[in-house]
Design a protein around this ligand. Sequence first.
Ligand code: KG4
Ligand code: ZN
Length: 302
Amino acid sequence: MRVFGIESSCDETAAAVVEDGRLVRSDVVASQHEVHARYGGVVPELASRAHILNVVPVVQAALERASVTLDDIDGIAVTNAPGLVGALLVGLQTAKSLAWVTGKPLVGVHHLEGHLTAIYLEPDPPPMPHLALIVSGGHTSLVRVNDHGAVIELGATRDDAAGEAFDKGAKLLGLGYPGGAVIDKLAATGDPHAVAFPKSMTAGEHGADFSFSGLKTALLHHVRAHRVPDGQPLADLCASYQAAIVEVLVRKTRRAARKHGLEHVQVCGGVAANQGLRAALRAAGAEDGFRVYIPPPARCTD
Ligand code: KG4
Ligand code: ZN
């Protein structure tokens, strides 16, 4: 079965042709990073307008690269929620139009379900049931995945998402948008112990819930007191900030895996591309005896 997929939930317009749920025949992504960079974050109206400009060329490129036409497609899938409403609408209307003119079935896909399924494009995906840490720009949650479409939430952020903490931190440090990848790169050469940042809600009574807004405020106070450094001290600050996010995510994941007796853990969403998080979770898995599954960085983001 050949499925044509469209995704436009935030700041990337994407289309792909996937065969039998496993083989990616084409995967085209038009990024809008340049559109939003100067604002230090995604501007929803600009995102919608850029999607309108990008969607038809992206759809055409995805079909061409897969060497197929719409006649060769068995069904159309599209991200339908959650995301920026105006941005989602562009992909949805495009998908609906294609389904209407071709008479092919249309399936709406939950954004987080999309993140959870990316790992199934890999040769050795996790068995069911497993634990999943979903970490993106808009969401941070720990879920028990009993089967495809049968997901139970164990905990979620009460305020900012982990990706939001990266993006807002990067904005504060003048590092541009999107901030996660920039902090990740700088953190690689920094000292994670240079600055002590709070690790919120790690006490047992908070269960699998998260909070990242205090960390952002702590960075603001640090920068007000010491200004934004450059060179090695900037790398140290990024490494310390990233380490606080990573430590909270890893501690909560370990505890949930233990509590629910789950030996397979997947990590997905944009923040799963973070090198520090990938390494720390793999180390935790080796110590505690759970197996860690993370898509390659390009398949962590939307
Ligand atoms: O899943 P995604 O592409 O979009 C949403 O659903 O939000 O995730 C985007 C988020 C952004 O906050 C971005 O800064 C973060 O993922 N991100 C990273 C890295 N790459 C992307 N965060 C940390 N380290 C990275 N390497
Ligand atoms: Zn996402």
